[in-house]
Design a protein around this ligand. Structure first.
Ligand code: ATP
Ligand code: MG
Length: 376
């Protein structure tokens, strides 16, 4: 079946036959890795699937999109790290009894790092950056002392620049480069910023991690999976099914939504054949179901000068009348918003295929989609 709405793992996880062995080999060799892909491309799913279903690594997962400041982020890391040495609910214990907590810390023998954590917590004012870097040190110390390897996932890593200034990158790098027992996995959906952080020669994270771009799902793989499911359901299909999957370019989220809607239609309306008409209807519905999210993207673009016009020109392959300097800066800004991607010199595409369709519409009420035929 196709699951939508949250990251998928286990039986719901499809394909990624090329990415899984590479990612697993990096982990096994303690090689830090950075995975970049636009939003909804399955980064979190890939990582959760591997950690929860295909390996037994001890790991810490933090999502920087949800982090409001470095202190709370550090607390989350500290709570998890101490749980690896049997100290659960660190902050609850701290509130209940500091001396009790101190005793538990001393029992697990992790140098004096525990005492340092308590000193931080007893201060009236904490330097957030120092405290966060201390949290990172705890992870390495616990891994070293307990002789375990820890995998550390930063999801939406570029968001660290939202809660701290640029200098944090240098500070973080200088601490974690000495870690021998922790492997870092950095995920990010704003590709330009991730590229700047990890692939720009002047950045402190340059060459720190192997870079793994994550493309869409393999259309043939997805088609095989779908065919098998339809065969067990005794439902027929014509060539439109492949054409539509091809059109969706393996976009994990939209393909899953489209196939899930088809599945429910088959079940509820007792449909026996998947044809062009059914696919068109289903795809239109999927776009409408994502409308609020897409309108939000459009709204964000409209708030900045020329941005919306530039999006329209890319989606409709039309020239925009702007001087080259302005156009360059609008394109860069749209890239930093994660909305477009440069494919070669002065040639851009819209990252979100549904947004691309919406931007091509002349009439808002009646969505028109053109699907090409493709040979398998
Ligand atoms: N391997 C997969 N098999 C099946 N469906 C998938 C797979 N990967 C992703 N999906 C679908 O895409 C959706 C988005 O995936 P996920 O949340 O992992 O993406 P993401 O890149 O982390 O997105 P975001 O940038 O919004 O956090 C999932 O809810 C699921 O429906
Ligand atoms: Mg994610």
């Amino acid at each position: 079946m196709f699951k939508t709405g949250s990251p998928v793992k286990g039986a719901d996880f499809i394909d990624r036959k090329k990415h899984l062995p590479i990612f697993k080999a990096y982990l096994e060799n303690n090689q830090h890795v950075m995975i970049k892909a636009p939003r909804r491309f399955g980064k979190t799913s890939l990582v959760k699937h591997v950690f929860e279903h295909e390996s037994n690594y001890t790991y810490i997962y933090v999502d920087l999109r949800r982090a409001t400041n470095l202190k709370l982020l550090a607390n989350q890391i500290i709570e998890k790290a101490y749980s690896f040495v049997g100290i659960d609910n660190f902050f609850y214990q701290f509130k209940k009894s500091i001396t009790g907590l101190l005793k538990s810390i001393q029992k697990v023998k992790i140098d004096d790092i525990g005492e340092i954590t308590l000193q931080y917590l007893e201060k009236d004012e904490i330097d957030e950056v120092e405290y966060f870097l201390h949290a990172m040190e705890i992870v390495e110390t616990i891994a070293a002392k307990k002789n375990i390897k820890i995998k550390f996932v930063f999801d939406e890593f570029q968001d660290i620049l939202r809660i701290a200034d640029n200098f944090i990158l240098e500070q973080l790098r200088s601490v974690i480069q000495h870690h021998e027992n922790v492997t870092y996995i950095f995920l990010g959906s704003i590709e330009t910023i991730m590229t700047k952080i990890f692939e720009d020669k002047t950045s402190s994270f340059f060459h720190f991690a192997r870079v793994m771009p994550l493309s869409g799902l393999d259309v043939n793989e997805l088609y095989e999976y779908t065919k098998e499911l339809l065969n067990t359901l005794k439902v027929n299909y014509d060539e439109s099914l492949y054409n539509f999957l091809f059109f969706l370019q393996g976009h994990p989220d939209y393909s899953a939504q489209f196939l899930q809607s088809l599945y429910f239609k088959i079940k509820i309306e007792d449909i026996k054949i998947i044809d062009n008409e059914l696919c068109i209807d289903t795809l239109k519905n999927s776009i409408i179901e994502n409308r609020a999210y897409l309108e939000e993207l459009i709204m964000k673009a409209k708030q900045k000068k020329h941005h919306y016009e530039a999006l329209l020109s890319i989606a409709n392959n039309k020239v925009i009348k702007l001087n080259s300097k302005t156009l360059y800066s609008v394109h860069s800004s749209l890239e930093d918003m994660g909305l477009i991607k440069k494919i070669d010199r002065a040639n851009y595409i819209i990252n979100d295929i549904f947004l691309n369709i919406l931007l091509q519409q002349k009439d808002d009420e009646n969505i028109i989609i053109e699907i090409d035929r493709h040979n398998k």
